[in-house]
Design a protein around this ligand. Structure first.
Ligand code: ATP
Length: 349
């Protein structure tokens, strides 16, 4: 069993707090993504789990054993870095062998393990090449092979795909997920890319300013964001700021009236996802806010349309570029109604 348990983890560099009160349990075989903007403390948290950074306070357990002050090479974690960190003067085989040597894997087992991981990552035919003779994607596969060869209890990846181009990112991401599930590896994957986090993880921990804002399955976090930060960071959201008038009516400071379900007096923002906003010439649903289209961005399968409402607020809508929708208002200057259902509104106190 290799569940990871983190209690009240904190890291302070001089006067500044990089990570604050992080408490988290990662189940055996689970993949959790740490997601957040640059500087939010993802890497520092991961490095404390790996043992590269000493926590200021808190505790880390792996498989029920406390490892808070155990050195890196005795924690049985396999780490993959953003910049591969391969030795340029060693071949693929030698790079993988080096990890085994560091972890004192007996000589008799080394060749077998190297063969197995290189085969798993489709790198066997490139085993005698040097890193400079490999593409970025191939180099990252070597780094993954090196981390997996030690048969770690916990697999740690720090932005492993950010040096790869867009299509390779998706390919290597899927390979990592497939391997992780096949091997049942407890895995932490650090990224600032929300699509990547949602696509790869069982659960995500969203961080901001060193603090975990919300933990949950991608769908839970997207559909039920805990606060304004999460709502806006994970996909975009339109917000109306104002006050509750009645149990189903909210009035924005600009005067827009928004129908929403289960409103309470403490609600200060009502949010609506752009993909839940439809544009129609004149409509009768819960909400139909009139305005004028300011801009239209063509994104292939969808159009991103920005409207200025007559109340003064802006609202954005993602409209499918399918035949069915070819009749909706979609040119700058068109008048339209931004329509959405009360049940699709997300409330924030
Ligand atoms: P990125 O996505 O840019 O890598 P991150 O979320 O991984 O960001 P961290 O690298 O964990 O963020 O950094 C968290 C905070 O701690 C930042 O404000 C950073 O400047 C600070 N920090 C990190 N390492 C050190 C250090 N060795 N000394 C001082 N401050 C540090």
């Amino acid at each position: 069993m290799a569940h990871v348990s983190i209690q009240d983890l904190r890291k302070q560099f001089g006067d500044s707090v990089a990570v604050e009160a992080v408490t988290l349990d990662i189940a055996d075989g689970e993949l959790i993504a740490f997601l957040g903007p640059s500087g939010c403390g993802k890497t520092t948290t991961l490095r404390m789990i790996a043992g590269f950074i000493e926590p200021t306070a808190g505790a880390i357990h792996i498989g029920g054993t406390e490892v808070t002050h155990v050195p890196v090479h005795k924690r049985n974690t396999g780490m993959v870095f953003q910049r591969y960190a391969l030795f340029p003067h060693m071949t693929v085989t030698q790079n993988v062998a080096f990890g085994l040597e560091m972890h004192k894997v007996p000589m008799s087992e080394r060749d077998g393990r190297i063969r197995q991981v290189l085969d798993m990552l489709h790198m066997t035919r490139l085993k005698d090449r040097y890193p400079r003779q490999l593409s970025g994607g191939q180099q990252q596969r070597v780094a993954i092979a090196r981390a997996l060869a030690i048969q770690p209890k916990v697999f740690l990846l720090d932005e492993p795909l950010s040096n790869l181009d867009a299509s390779l990112r998706v390919e290597v991401r899927e390979e990592i997920r497939t391997l992780q599930q096949r091997l049942g590896l407890t895995t932490i994957f650090v990224t600032h890319d929300q699509d990547e986090a949602m696509a790869i993880s069982d659960r995500m921990a969203i961080m901001n300013n060193g603090v975990v804002q919300q933990i949950g399955a991608p769908e839970d976090v997207y559909e039920r964001p805990a606060n304004l930060f999460v709502a806006d960071f994970l996909g975009k959201m339109n917000f109306f700021e104002g006050q509750t008038v009645s149990h189903d009516l909210f009035q924005s400071a600009h005067g827009a009236q928004v129908r929403a379900a289960r409103l309470t007096q403490d609600i200060r923002h009502v949010g609506i996802r752009p993909e839940r906003v439809r544009l129609v010439a004149g409509a009768q649903v819960d909400n139909a806010l009139p305005g004028v289209i300011e801009s239209v961005t063509y994104l292939g399968s969808v159009l991103s349309i920005h409207m200025r409402l007559d109340s003064g607020e802006r609202i954005s809508s993602l409209v499918s570029n399918s035949a069915e929708f070819s009749t909706v208002p979609r040119r700058a200057g068109d008048r339209a109604h931004a329509c959405f259902q009360a049940g699709d509104c997300i409330l924030f106190s």
